[in-house]
Design a protein around this ligand. Structure first.
Ligand code: AMP
Ligand code: MG
Length: 368
């Protein structure tokens, strides 16, 4: 850890585990030389801003525009108390070039900040005492990295990172949820809108629950953006309101193709009794191909594949309804399929509730 902290002080990059995914970290501060190295190493589009990771709330002050200090949305304190350390990123006003590097925010006046929970991440942040900009440690476009070996595979032979800290497998396995309740100041009603810009490790249901428990339901409404649910609008299961625009990227990163393994990914709807017609629709184009199936336990599709004697590689994402388990296995499942050189991955769709929403958002993107 001391050696890694030294590298960070020299402006180099360190890959480190967080509870969400492995990050490729470098100093986020205004004088940092590290940020262009992060973009170059990952091949990340230059307009996709980075999230900054902090060790303690006191580090927030050095990152947030001081003129907003007493004007932050009220729900922020509630959310930080509940979800930090953990997989929730909040947007804060900042002064790029004075506080964080302007290359971190890609010219925006806001910066996404979170406090990770993984002990290795926390130790690295505390020992280096540097807020770290850290996107996932994969090559851009590939599935995110949830094991140190994934990082080594993607970044082998590159100049950076200086080292990879191996902290085992990530427990959450999907990136943080990105939210903002910042407003343009024109609404004087005192009401706040908490916008979910990117789905991640904290579900919208959990955000709503936290707002309700804090007695803020009247003052704060939770709204999901950049999300196309397969179900009815608005989402009847909860108070969360879903923006009706089918897909308007409200955060720069959402427009990019993401999470794609080398194999072609086909998302298939789960059915208890798949008909012969629908099965042959899925299976006949796959003749002669090496097929993998990323399935849920007791999968009718897997049984059908086995019954047809179609040799296929099967990897379980876990039990139906166990969304935490599915999220944790998603990226390593996709990567294992590539390691076994399959041509096509059939993935069973999961229900869109709780973290199942995040799993489906990632799967839709990886299937293009
Ligand atoms: P990644 O680093 O791949 O986990 O992606 C970070 C996500 O957070 C991307 O979707 C970014 O567009 C989003 N993000 C980071 N900072 C900001 C910001 N200041 N404003 C809006 N979105 C942001
Ligand atoms: Mg990423």
């Amino acid at each position: 850890l001391k050696k890694a902290a030294e590298y960070l002080k020299q402006g180099r990059l360190v890959a480190f585990p967080t509870e969400t995914v492995y990050g490729l970290g470098g100093s986020a501060m205004a004088n940092s030389d590290a940020i262009p190295k992060i973009f170059a190493t990952k091949g990340r589009p230059s307009d996709n801003p980075l999230i900054v990771h902090i060790a303690s709330r006191s580090q927030l002050d050095s990152l947030v525009d001081p003129s907003y200090k007493n004007r932050l949305p009220r729900c922020y304190t509630t959310l930080m108390d509940k979800f930090w350390p953990g997989p929730l990123t909040l947007l804060f006003p900042t002064i790029p070039g004075q506080q964080v590097s302007e290359k971190v925010t890609c010219g925006l006046r806001t910066v996404g900040i979170r406090m990770p929970a993984h002990p290795v991440a926390r130790a690295l942040l505390a020992i280096s005492n540097i807020p770290l900009a850290a996107p996932s440690a994969n090559t851009s476009g590939r599935p995110s990295t949830t094991k140190a070996s994934h990082v080594a595979f993607d970044l082998e032979g590159k100049d950076e990172p200086a080292c990879i800290l191996d902290g085992g497998e990530c427990s959450v396995g999907v990136e943080s949820t990105v939210v903002t309740a910042l407003s343009d100041g024109t609404d004087t009603s005192g009401k706040e809108t908490l916008r979910v810009l990117r789905l991640g490790g904290v579900s919208p249901e959990n955000l709503q629950c936290c707002i309700d428990e804090a007695g803020l339901s009247e003052q704060v409404s939770v709204q999901m953006e950049a999300y196309t649910p397969s179900t009815l609008l608005p989402d009847k299961a909860m108070n969360v309101h879903i923006a009706k625009d089918t897909f308007i990227p409200s955060t720069p990163g959402m427009k990019y193709k993401h999470y794609s393994p080398d194999a072609k990914v086909i998302l298939v709807q789960r059915s208890e009794n798949p008909s012969a017609v629908s099965l042959s629709k899925v299976l006949s184009p796959l003749k002669g191909k090496k097929v993998g199936i990323l399935h849920l336990e007791n999968s009718p599709l897997l049984s059908a594949l086995k019954a047809q004697d179609l040799g296929c590689l099967s990897i379980s994402m876990g039990t139906e309804g166990q969304y935490e388990e599915q999220a944790a296995r998603l990226f390593s499942g996709l990567r294992s399929m590539d390691e076994q050189h399959v041509d096509v991955i059939l993935v069973e769709a999961v229900k869109e509730e709780g973290l199942g929403r995040t799993v489906m958002e990632r799967l839709r993107k990886s299937a293009g």
